[in-house]
Design a protein around this ligand. Structure first.
Ligand code: BES
Ligand code: MN
Ligand code: ZN
Length: 465
């Protein structure tokens, strides 16, 4: 169960947190010395200079409770409270001196995330620090966003043996039930009848208990404009017969990160009751190896009717997204957003912390980029460069899934592949997420990370509210 790390304003006796710019530390210490004489030497002994992320617990002043000094450095990091949450011992805390708004409280909530499903400490009911909601903060919204980000991270962190296609279906159904959405699922051989041949081809090699499926969640009034969210749900990517080397396979439990993000974003849309008709489409498969696996050179049918030559079985994400995007186009969407851990090339281009995105709609692109900056959720537009389209030409089929090497830009050619299947109606944008912190830091533990969805929530509100 999600543990609310932001408590209502009435929590008893929270410890005060003084958030300090480095430039303001000296004045702060001087002002406090009269009522609290040891404060300056406590800061000196603790090496506290109000550097960004620094935390110093100081004992009671005699009249007041024990307190915490928290460094903001030069104040340039809007997510500084992530480190604060990670460094505090359990207990209740409240920001002092008028510091702290929605974004600081959210940063605190995101920074207190831990994945302890498989640890003994979880059973022992280990508690986390809790922040009293700063005055005027919309607690329901804060919890909806924090909960969604934790959901995405929990799903990504959960290994493939406990998170198969069926578990994604179950999670979608649970979320749907919570908000009165309808969730349907087509699985296994029925995918062929239902017109999802590429989803079937990619997922059919998996064990029957982990059969491929197409999950569709629908919510909201049909009188509202339709928003479609598509998420790549590859629960594990071995690469298929074009098997990945060990190092490349090691993290591939996270290849359902797009599905986790789409569900998390959809959950926020429903929780905040945004006036849209929401459809979340999740093709959920395991890219496994068996006698029934798709082969290099196979030609697949797709829902759209285009044939795709499988040049490489490891380029599986674009195959399942092709069918899902075609389905999106049948729903007359005003906006379609797809999220996927689609290419290693996206990482070579921008690394793990920045999400590249593609859209043909310049207005939408500007709005997305602006939302990314406003929400401290970094996004960077890359072009749907038509000059590389010929790299997808196949000798025998309508297109192929492994672009020619001459085009080099693997994340762009992947986006161009998706564009061939994107809805004709409304705008479409594609996000190549990583969903992972390769290196841990306070408030950003190594492991799953939620990306782009805070920015996209604000984008969706701007376009539809
Ligand atoms: N899931 C991977 C992409 C990936 C790799 C994401 C590493 C994050 C980290 C995807 O299915 C894949 O294997 N893509 C190939 C495509 C290639 C075969 C055309 C890639 O990026 O190498
Ligand atoms: Mn792959
Ligand atoms: Zn993949």
């Amino acid at each position: 169960m999600f543990d609310p790390v932001i408590s209502a304003a009435d929590a008893a006796d929270p410890r005060p947190v003084h958030a300090l710019l480095a430039a303001d530390l000296d004045a702060f210490l001087s002002a406090r010395t009269a009522q609290w004489p040891p404060i300056r030497s406590l800061a000196a002994i603790g090496g506290f200079s109000a550097k960004a992320g620094q935390v110093l617990a100081v004992p009671s002043s005699g009249t007041g409770p024990e307190a915490v000094l928290f460094g903001l450095g030069d104040g340039s990091d809007p997510m500084s409270a992530r480190a604060l949450a990670a460094r505090l011992p359990p207990g209740d805390y409240a920001f002092e001196d008028g510091f702290g708004g929605f974004d600081d409280a959210l940063a605190f909530a995101l920074g207190s995330y831990r994945f302890d499903r498989y640890r003994k400490s979880r059973e022992e009911g280990e508690t986390r620090p809790r922040l009293v909601a700063p005055a005027g903060v919309d607690l329901a919204r804060l919890r909806a966003v924090a909960h969604a980000c934790a959901l995405a991270r929990d799903m990504i962190n959960t290994p493939a043996n406990d998170l198969g296609p069926r578990q994604i279906e179950t999670i979608a159904k649970e979320i749907g039930q919570q908000y009165g959405a309808t969730v349907t699922c087509v699985a296994g051989e029925a995918l062929l009848e239902a017109g999802y041949p590429a989803v079937h081809a990619v997922g059919r090699a998996a064990h029957a208990a982990r059969a491929p499926r197409m999950i569709e969640l629908t919510w909201g009034s049909g009188t509202h404009p339709t928003l479609v969210l598509v998420g790549k749900g590859v629960v594990f990517d071995t690469g298929g017969l074009d098997i990945k080397p060990s190092a490349g396979m090691r993290l591939m439990k996270k290849d359902m990160g797009g599905a986790a993000h789409a569900l998390a974003l959809g959950r926020m849309v429903m929780a905040l009751n945004i006036p849209v008709r929401l459809v979340v489409l999740i093709p959920a498969v395991e890219n496994a190896i068996s006698g029934d696996a798709m082969r290099p050179g196979d030609v697949l049918a797709t829902r759209k009717g285009l044939t795709v030559e499988v040049g490489n079985t490891d380029a599986e994400g674009r195959l399942i997204l092709a069918d899902a995007l075609t389905r999106a186009g049948e729903l007359a969407p005003a906006l379609t957003l797809d999220l996927a851990t689609l290419t290693g090339a996206a990482r070579a281009a921008v690394g793990p912390q920045i999400v590249p995105f593609w859209t043909a709609d310049d207005g939408l692109a500007d709005q997305i980029a602006a939302a990314g900056i406003a929400q401290s959720d970094p996004l960077l537009r890359l072009p749907l460069w038509a000059g590389y389209e010929a790299s997808l030409d196949s000798d025998i089929a309508d297109l192929k899934n492994d672009p020619d090497a001459w085009a080099q830009a693997g994340s762009i050619t992947a986006a161009l592949f998706l564009q061939r299947f994107a809805p004709a109606s409304g705008a479409w944008a594609h996000f190549d997420i990583f969903g992972w912190n390769p290196k841990g830091s306070p408030g950003r533990p190594a492991g799953a990370e939620a990306q782009a969805i805070r920015a996209l929530l604000s984008l969706i509100e701007a376009r539809f509210s």
